[in-house]
Design a protein around this ligand. Structure first.
Ligand SMILES: [Zn+2]
Length: 380
């Protein structure tokens, strides 16, 4: 049993902040008892990234000639980008390494649960894969890009208890504006439908989504870079009020560096309070993904302000610790005794110029022996 003493435990869903001892259950190599004094620290639930393509995070983005009218135009433009040497190099990297990189990108920023909008990989079940990939989930890519499972068939085959994801209304033109209607005509709008992007939705569409009990994943950075605009604040508010809205990064092909950066963009393009923003990446996302609750946390310094605003403008290197399954994942160096107490091998790394300890088995499929090229992360 590990006990973090005197931490302020914040719950964005309930709005509560209680200073108490937090007990963490880890794997069976834990000692009888390890306690760490963490006065003036805040513990938040780890974040949930409701939309990413883990294997695309190392692919160089399209040189910006935005805005496009819709994602299909963007995809057509990207075809010419495949000849770029950097793109070719990224795509020739083994899939396992690319997926691992995407997982690591998320975990370093405190997003320990992720929806991967593509085929599942057996590696996701490995205990040391850097994030929990939300499963079970089902998906189609989009209505008009011919990639992945057939839209109607994949929805029909998805149990009603399993979330079904699709990119929808990712555009600002008539095609995007008509996509919800198209989806409904296919019989694919239901309580387990989760629509990614939704920039082209109108007020009536939003009301229909709420009525159906479906969900929307908002990816403002990606929308702004590809389309020059994102969902209007009053529509976001309506979706939030119904508990239907979560936040996602998308991959770095179009999206933000990580979920912490995405939260900043979300704050600038909505009227959400710091607590509401945190709800998007914790309780609300967990509900849309139907993800189980887990012993995953972020530890940050308590600066004495709004506890739900402590992540505001925080960069990943400023997180004191990311905790997965009750165990330290990446921390500041003064948490070395925690790794030692649990007999978890850790490596000294630099993260954006800050010294850190990261569990060695998370650094790549083979531990630190091979290296995942995440910008800003180097071995000391
Ligand atoms: Zn996407």
């Amino acid at each position: 049993m590990v006990v973090l003493r005197n931490v302020a435990v914040a719950c964005p869903v309930e709005g509560s902040v209680i200073v108490r001892d937090l007990c963490l259950q880890s794997r069976d190599n834990a000692p009888e008892h390890f306690a760490k004094q963490l006065r003036h620290h805040l513990v938040l639930p780890a974040l949930v990234n409701a939309h990413d393509h883990l294997h695309q995070n190392g692919v160089p983005p399209l040189p910006q000639r935005a805005p496009f009218r819709n994602s299909y135009e963007w995809a057509a433009a990207f075809r010419g980008h495949f000849a770029h040497a950097g793109v070719q190099a990224a795509l020739s990297t083994p899939l396992a390494v690319r997926l691992w990189h995407g997982g690591l990108k998320n975990a370093l920023s405190g997003a320990t649960t992720v929806m991967h909008h593509d085929r599942a990989h057996e590696m996701f079940d490995a205990m040391n894969f850097p994030v929990r990939v939300s499963q079970p989930c089902t998906w189609a890519h989009s209505l008009h890009l011919h990639y992945g499972p057939d839209v109607a068939a994949s929805f029909r085959d998805s149990p009603a208890t399993v979330p079904w994801f699709i990119h929808l209304a990712e555009g600002v033109d008539g095609l995007a504006a008509g996509e919800l209607q198209e989806l409904r005509q296919l019989g694919c709008l239901s309580g387990n439908t989760v629509l990614v992007h939704g920039v082209g939705l109108n007020d009536a569409d939003v009301a229909d989504i709420v009525r159906a009990g479906a969900g929307v994943v908002w990816c403002p950075s990606s929308n702004l870079s590809m389309l020059g605009q994102t969902i209007a604040p009053h529509r976001l508010r309506a979706l939030f009020a119904a508990g239907c809205l979560a936040l996602g990064t998308d991959s770095r092909l179009t999206g933000a560096r990580d979920l912490l950066a995405e939260l900043e963009v979300a704050a600038a393009h909505s009227d959400f309070s710091p607590r509401e923003l945190l709800q998007l990446v914790t309780g609300h996302a967990q509900r849309l993904l139907r993800a189980a609750r887990c012993d995953d946390y972020l530890i940050v310094c308590d600066r004495g302000g709004d506890p739900f605003g402590e992540l505001h403008e925080l960069r990943r290197a400023q997180l004191r610790a990311v905790v997965r399954r009750g165990e330290p994942f990446i921390t500041d160096p003064d948490f070395a005794d925690w790794f030692a107490a649990l007999k978890i091998s850790c490596s000294a790394v630099w993260l954006d110029g800050h010294p850190k300890l990261c569990r060695t088995d998370a650094l790549s499929p083979q531990g630190a022996a091979t290296w995942i090229p995440e910008p800003g992360l180097t071995l000391q």
